[in-house]
Design a protein around this ligand. Structure first.
Ligand code: SAM
Length: 445
């Protein structure tokens, strides 16, 4: 597979003096800091947002820095392909970072080349370590602007070990679809409280209603300023993330426990259905967002900060949701950093946690009740393999096969066993959706 990156840009005959570009140097510096933090490891991007280089920026520059870092992360393989054709030998990381940040702007965000190049050169000048490379930065970026970036492959954006895994699991055509999905900035999806008019919300945010009732919009910016936010009739939730609770089908009057609840999109769905929900999470900090979401939407839940397996409470439930901690490789559209931060050993480590949580969740299901297990991971060890092993350990549970059309899931997601394996390459014509594995397991009475 090969496709051309956007460009080339028309050559700049003259270098205009650009005040905005001067101001933007700090934002580009912050973008590089975010990018490298994301590449360093899991949680790096979140941690970097507390760094001085980022926190000291005015709001719009912070948003710009984040957008540049995310664009660089999504297209890192392609950006490096383009750079490597121009570089005779590998430059220090600080220089490569300046170049990556500049190309993310010109190739993805359509920043004018003169602004991206002049800020890159200024950045190189500022630091004694990168100063000797100032002319190289200028020459490389001007050359790419003049000649165009050349051919790049979407698959180069995927780490080799993940691409090899996904090729083995899903086949070459699906891998190609996943790689294309990973290049794009996703839409924003909204889940609605029952009784809220989807067409009116879709109208207000210039969006469309998807099967299942999710409203999807390409609108960007701070959602707290969107029409209807204050009123709390909707919350942000990827279309795929809304499926597990639809499969669980909580009803008014039922008792439900959400085992790993924060930040709370699924708890809100359960509460909105009228069920009495207990929301557990081991992270009190993440539960703060759940509490804020409950307050804004006027919904209620009993919130408990505890590791679910240690929860000292005798209750059992009509329905249990286990949205287990996982590698989150299915969320690469929204969180491109997961592809860089995840290590092969994480899959096995998290599979172990999922195994323990599944056993704890099973003990909370009343006879005749149901358990939905889901993970936003594309790795079989965290999905299919977990459920196969669970059904062997718990012969009192059976798969209740999903009916995709009933819950607004892509038909192609249905597995022969009746589980859902949603891939980000599905619904490509609608803008894709996050990757999830979802299984409903009913406890026979
Ligand atoms: C995939 S997220 C849950 C997302 C949430 N269900 C939603 O829809 O917003 C996984 C959550 O599991 C929590 N977690 C991890 N280990 C846990 C444990 N042993 N017990 C309870 N929660 C745990 C994490 O803090 C994290 O918030």
């Amino acid at each position: 597979m090969a496709e051309k990156s956007r460009g080339p840009r028309s050559p700049q005959v003259e270098q205009p003096r650009d005040e905005a570009a001067d101001i933007g140097v700090e934002a580009r510096l912050a973008a590089g800091v975010l990018l490298n933090a994301a590449l360093e490891g899991r949680g790096g991007l979140d941690a970097a947002q507390a760094f001085r280089e980022f926190g000291a920026l005015p709001g719009p520059d912070r948003a710009f820095a984040r957008a540049v870092a995310m664009a660089a992360l999504r297209r890192l393989g392609e950006i490096d392909q383009i750079l490597d054709r121009r570089l005779n030998k590998a430059p220090p990381l600080a220089v490569r970072t300046i170049l990556r940040v500049a190309l993310a702007q010109t190739l993805v965000l359509e920043t004018p080349a003169f602004a991206a190049v002049s800020t890159a050169v200024k950045l190189a000048e500022r630091d004694p370590k990168t100063r000797p490379y100032k002319n190289l930065v200028n020459a490389v970026l001007r050359g790419i602007d003049r000649d165009g970036p050349g051919l790049t492959t979407a698959e180069s954006n995927l780490p080799d070990w993940l691409a090899a895994r996904w090729r083995a699991t899903y086949g070459e055509p699906t891998l190609a679809g996943l790689a294309l999905a990973a290049r794009e900035e996703p839409t924003t999806d909204l889940s609605l409280k029952p009784g809220i008019d989807a067409a009116a919300v879709a109208d207000a945010v210039e969006g469309e209603t998807l099967p299942g009732g999710t409203v999807r919009t390409g609108r960007r910016g701070d959602i707290a300023g969107w029409p209807g936010f204050e009123e709390g009739g909707w919350w942000v939730q990827d279309a795929a993330a809304a499926l597990p609770v639809r499969l669980l089908a909580p009803k008014a009057g039922e008792a439900v426990v959400d085992f790993c609840a924060a930040p709370g999109g699924k708890t809100l769905q359960i509460a909105a259905a009228g069920a009495a929900v207990v929301s557990l999470d081991r992270s009190d900090k993440r539960l703060e967002r759940l509490r804020a979401n409950l307050a804004r939407t006027g919904l209620t839940a009993e919130v408990v900060a505890t590791p679910a397996e240690d929860w000292d409470d005798p209750r059992t439930f009509d329905a249990v949701l286990l949205d287990a901690p996982c590698t989150a490789t299915g969320t690469f559209r929204r969180n491109p950093e997961v592809l860089r931060a995840t290590r092969p050993a994480d899959v096995a480590k998290l599979a172990d946690v999922q195994h323990r949580l599944l056993d704890a969740a099973a003990g909370r299901v009343k006879p005749g009740g149901r358990l939905v297990y889901c993970v936003c991971s594309l790795e079989r060890e965290e999905g299919e393999t977990q459920v196969i092993a669970f059904l062997r350990r718990h012969p009192d549970f059976r798969t209740a096969p999903a009916v995709p059309a009933d819950i607004g899931a892509p038909d192609a997601a249905l597995t022969p066993e009746g589980w859902l394996r949603v891939l980000p390459s599905m619904w490509a014509e609608k803008g894709g959706l996050d990757g999830f594995f979802i299984a409903r397991l009913d406890r026979v009475s």
